[in-house]
Design a protein around this ligand. Structure first.
Ligand SMILES: [Mn+2]
Length: 295
């Protein structure tokens, strides 16, 4: 139960509370963190969980691997709550404090591709990057949309895809009320979607293999990308493929420890700071996968 004391007392660790002294006690610093597909500007963005994660996970370098701000959705409908503002402030603040923040734009924030080579409040905007791990291995960092055949061939088709699911549901409703009036049986949307999912899985594999192959062609040992909202870490023909996932569904991040160890993390976070108790101990992230490093 939430009480007035929670809001006013020492248990209040809301986004703007003590923002500028943000001590790192109890938090875990990484050599690098990679996150992507935040989709700020959409109701799906899990901004509160992300703030919680960023607050408790500082890093020397932070890579923003595209689709950070969803320019496509914002153009259709303005949606910008305080928590989304807090995320942007948090990211800028990290850069101001001296941590490196590198922004690799994606297709949903492709407006930023016009600013490649520039700095904004200490945030470096680059087309792609090569991250050198502590043990000297090279990770190519790219959003991944260049490997998306549909987007590369026809941009309008991709816009359509974004709204297709919503449209399908609406269409199905109308179609079935019409079918009912004509005395026809219900047409199963779920059967249709199952078929779509099977095709989608084939697409995912194709995507992963194409990205890994390009990293290998460029002479890197691995790659970090996002775009398909599917967190993954696995070797593909000797190249490490890492997808840092998203902050719409999976709440995942790729991190590098100081010894070069890579981990794919999932952040459950904490529902309410009071639940953590007086010490405000951050919840530990779940390690989904590990690779490289001294082992
Ligand atoms: Mn994308």
């Amino acid at each position: 139960m939430r009480t007035a004391f929670d809001a006013a007392g020492p248990w209040n660790f809301s986004a703007n509370n003590g923002e500028d002294k943000d001590d790192e006690a109890g938090s875990h610093r990484y050599r690098a963190i990679f996150i992507s597909d935040l989709h700020l500007g959409t109701p799906g963005c899990q901004a509160e969980a992300l703030l919680d994660f960023l607050r408790t996970h500082p890093s020397d370098t932070l890579y923003l691997v595209g689709d950070i701000v969803d320019g496509w959705q914002l153009r259709r409908r303005w949606f910008w709550p305080q928590s989304h503002n807090d995320v942007v402030q948090k990211l800028l603040r990290r850069a101001r404090k001296g941590d490196r923040v590198i922004f690799v734009p994606g297709n949903h924030d492709e407006f930023a591709r016009g600013f490649v080579g520039h700095h904004f409040g200490g945030v470096e905007v680059v087309e792609d990057a090569v991250h050198r791990t502590a043990d000297g291995r090279a990770l190519w960092v790219t959003h991944g949309d260049y490997f998306d055949g549909v987007i590369q061939c026809a941009k309008w088709l991709a816009y359509l895809g974004d709204n297709l699911y919503e449209f399908t549901l609406k269409l199905n409703r109308h179609l079935n009320s019409l079918r009912a009036r004509l005395g026809l049986p219900y047409w199963s949307l779920s059967a249709y979607l199952k078929h779509k999912v099977k095709k989608a899985l084939a697409y995912v594999t194709d995507f992963e293999e194409a990205v890994a192959a390009e990293a290998r062609r460029r002479g890197h040992q691995g790659v970090v990308c996002g775009h398909i909202h599917r967190a993954e870490m696995r070797e593909i023909n000797g190249t490490l493929y890492c997808n840092d996932g998203d902050w719409v569904e999976s709440r995942t991040a790729l991190v590098e420890h100081y010894d070069g160890r890579l981990e794919l993390l999932q952040w459950e976070g904490s529902a309410h700071p009071a639940a953590r108790g007086q010490q405000a101990m951050p919840a530990a992230p779940t390690v989904v996968a590990r690779a490289w490093g001294a082992a």
